[in-house]
Design a protein around this ligand. Structure first.
Ligand code: SF4
Length: 363
């Protein structure tokens, strides 16, 4: 996507989650959540390191017990990315998280008993620590009062719940808030965030909750995030998956790259194949992807399954191959520059990629 096609972003307040700016045009950040037992500090830090390497900007850890709360200082001290404490049920862990140096706290008011009584204390402690709070409303834990009023979990009910909780903080002069309103149905998510975006200027964390395993979960999130982000709505995202969290981060980064909101390091432009195929295209594509994984310059590499339409169909790619009849026509910027035996395709592509990027031609 060229610069003149960049998506406009919804104006919002800006928050600082540790070192990561959120909202008001800051880059959309990718979040995930650790699946380790938080009290196992070494395992949690190992997983945070993996998530960071995959491109995670902000990580959330669950704090379901006092032992987990006690582990937070050791985790925040060594985490390379900001840590948000995820608190359900026990307001006292909010204070522990703030004392532990967490960069943010996520609360689900629907799951915290007597939350309203504690808001003043939480607001004061968070303001003192300079730490934002995420009001995270989930379909499964919607306030019973709102469930009765709306009859079911509607976009309006989710938004009313979130804004009600925000108003409690606002009464105490606290506005360092971001909001999420999650539901398993992407259409409800889209409607809820549109409504929310129109009613407040808080930054928004996008999520489709309980989206399921990939590919279902990925597609649900991509559909909802694609619609919302293309309308400028959304400041951080989490692709919730029943899969290892590193995959959530990778998928989230792909969503942002597809919308031009994050640079894509490697883009494989490969054809779907058809009756003209004369090569094991899927295997060749995998080999090219593996060979270019970690390539130090951004590149768009085409892998086309026949010599008839290859270069023409992949004209926008930096370089590529049209394979067939045991050979590969190598092309750079749409021009055929080489023809090699099939077993030499991948290494020849790498050579041309290096020459292209060493010559300083932007890929
Ligand atoms: Fe079919 Fe060739 Fe197009 Fe691939 S590049 S889809 S093999 S015509």
């Amino acid at each position: 996507m060229s610069i003149d096609q960049q998506l406009l972003r919804r104006p919002s307040r800006r928050l600082q989650v540790g070192t990561v700016a959120v909202g008001d045009g800051a880059p959309v950040s990718v979040q995930s959540m650790t699946t380790t037992v938080t009290v196992d500090v070494d395992a949690t830090l190992r997983q945070i390191a993996e998530l960071t390497a995959a491109g995670c900007d902000i990580v959330r850890v669950a704090v379901p017990s006092q032992d987990d709360a006690d582990a937070l200082p050791a985790i925040t001290a060594k985490s390379p990315i900001p840590v948000i404490a995820d608190i359900h049920f026990q307001p006292k862990y909010v204070f522990a998280a703030l004392d532990a140096g967490c960069a943010g706290v996520r609360v689900n008011p629907g799951n915290i008993k007597r939350f309203d009584d504690k808001v003043g204390e939480i607001a004061q402690a968070a303001a003192q620590a300079g730490v934002p709070i995420r009001i995270g409303v989930n379909a499964g834990s919607l306030d019973q009062r709102l469930l009765a009023k709306h009859g079911r979990v509607t976009p309006e009910a989710l938004v009313e719940s979130a804004l009600w909780e925000c108003s409690l903080f606002e009464e105490h002069g606290f506005g360092d808030i971001k909001i999420s309103v999650k539901h398993h149905d992407p259409l409800v998510v889209i409607a809820a965030y549109r409504l929310l975006a129109a009613k407040c200027d808080y930054p928004l964390h996008l999520g489709v909750t309980e989206a399921g395993p990939p590919p279902q979960g990925t597609i649900k999130s991509a559909v909802a995030f694609g619609v919302l982000l293309s309308e400028g709505i959304g400041d951080t995202i989490r692709v919730s998956l029943s899969a290892p969290p590193v995959q959530e981060v990778i998928e989230g980064a792909h969503v942002l790259a597809s919308l031009g909101l994050r640079p894509r390091r490697l883009e494989i432009v490969s054809c779907p194949g058809c009756g003209r195929l004369q090569v094991d295209l899927y295997r060749l594509t995998e080999q090219v992807q593996a060979a270019f994984d970690g390539f130090p310059h951004p590149l768009r590499v085409a892998v086309m399954g026949c010599v008839v339409n290859g270069p023409g169909e992949a004209r926008e790619a930096d370089l590529g191959v049209s394979a067939g009849n045991g050979k590969g026509q190598i092309f750079v910027k749409g021009e055929i520059v080489d023809t090699v035996a099939e077993h030499l395709i991948v290494e020849t592509l790498l050579e041309h990629a290096l020459a292209l990027t060493t010559a300083g031609q932007p890929a």
